[in-house]
Write a protein that binds this ligand. Structure first.
Ligand code: ATP
Ligand code: NI
Length: 309
């Protein structure tokens, strides 16, 4: 088997919080999270707000806040991603396509910004090649970020990732608020990069977006991975899916049963003792309320549920 470009094993993240009287406590926000991406593959990370998607991206890039305490391991090309290695690879082999144009410097022309990201070759030449590839007219390089439309801004952001020559591309929520054509275009760009051999992590809360381009879907819930499934398993009534949450999420979509899952995702301040989904689960037993299920292989995917079959 080939070595995955990215391999996240049992990642946990806690924040040290100081309370009155110098007391401190650890707030666990990510628990035993797993994810892995091969070159040529798009892994979509799907989960509702607060499930830990952005924290995973920040942990990979090495840009977590200073009070974060991390355990578990993140391997890049089979080797541990130490803080030194993260610093060396960030913006070179590992690139972020950020959420919005706000990540661009508002006072710098976009062509110049993209040129500073070039790691190989002649910067103006590489920048122009990227703009041409993404259908940005030559005069766009002279514009400031506020002069770009939403679609142009996405193309500039993806150009920045491409000129860096990255092997691992992390795209955080590239879609909300964009026109459907722009969304489709942004997703196509990610697909092209994967087809050229990159490993792509697409972070989204929308399963529809994920299914449009991803090979694998990792479903996050309350800071952990409950399931990793091939995209093709999201079909019909969800019979081929593994975790009760994934099945319920799939059936809750408007195009399916459109029935919301009762209850709420627990906050890091009051996580359940056993399975994090147990309080909302129709399959729970007494054991689920006390014992945390591990992640296991099942039918070509992975699941964190003792009852899944
Ligand atoms: N610096 C921090 N200190 C304490 N808790 C934090 C910190 N940053 C994030 N969290 C908590 O960690 C959890 C995961 O946050 P994260 O931003 O990764 O969620 P997300 O899945 O990206 O959500 P969204 O879809 O809204 O972007 C949330 O409960 C959030 O409140
Ligand atoms: Ni986020």
């Amino acid at each position: 088997m080939t070595v995955p470009v990215l391999d996240v094993n049992d990642l946990s993240i806690s924040f040290i919080q100081y309370q009155a009287g110098m007391r401190q406590r650890m707030l666990q926000v990510i628990s035993d999270l797993n994810a892995s991406i091969q070159g040529g593959e798009i892994l979509a990370v799907v989960g509702s707000s607060g499930s830990g998607k952005s924290l995973l991206a920040h942990a990979i890039l090495g840009i977590l806040p200073k009070n974060a305490f991390v355990s578990g391991s993140i391997l890049y090309q089979g080797q541990l991603l130490s803080p030194e290695r993260q610093k060396k690879l960030r913006g070179r082999e590992i690139a972020l396509v950020p959420q919005s144009v706000n990540y661009l410097d508002p006072l710098m022309r976009v062509g110049a910004q993209v040129r500073t990201a070039v790691r190989r070759g002649n910067p103006p030449e590489e920048q122009r090649k990227a703009f041409q590839r993404y259908g940005l007219a030559a005069q766009v390089e002279g514009l400031f970020p506020f002069q770009l439309s939403g679609g142009m801004a996405r193309r500039v952001l993806v150009s920045t990732a491409v000129v860096s020559g990255a092997r691992l591309i992390i795209a955080d929520e590239p879609t909300p608020g964009l026109h459907p054509e722009v969304v489709a275009e942004a997703l196509n760009h990610l697909r092209q990069l994967a087809d050229e051999g990159c490993a792509v992590m697409l972070i989204t809360h929308d399963i529809g977006t994920a299914l449009a381009v991803a090979d694998q879907i990792a479903v996050f819930y309350a800071g952990t991975t409950v399931e990793v499934a091939p995209a093709a398993d999201f079909q019909g009534q969800g019979e081929t899916l593994r975790h009760p949450y994934t099945k319920a999420l799939w059936r809750s979509l408007p195009q399916n049963d459109f029935i919301a899952i009762p209850g709420f995702q627990p906050s890091p301040y009051c996580l359940p003792a056993g399975c994090l989904f147990a309080p909302r689960c129709v399959m729970k037993t007494d054991r689920c309320l006390t014992a945390k299920p591990g992640m296991r292989d099942l039918r070509g995917g992975r699941v964190r549920c003792d009852h899944a079959s």
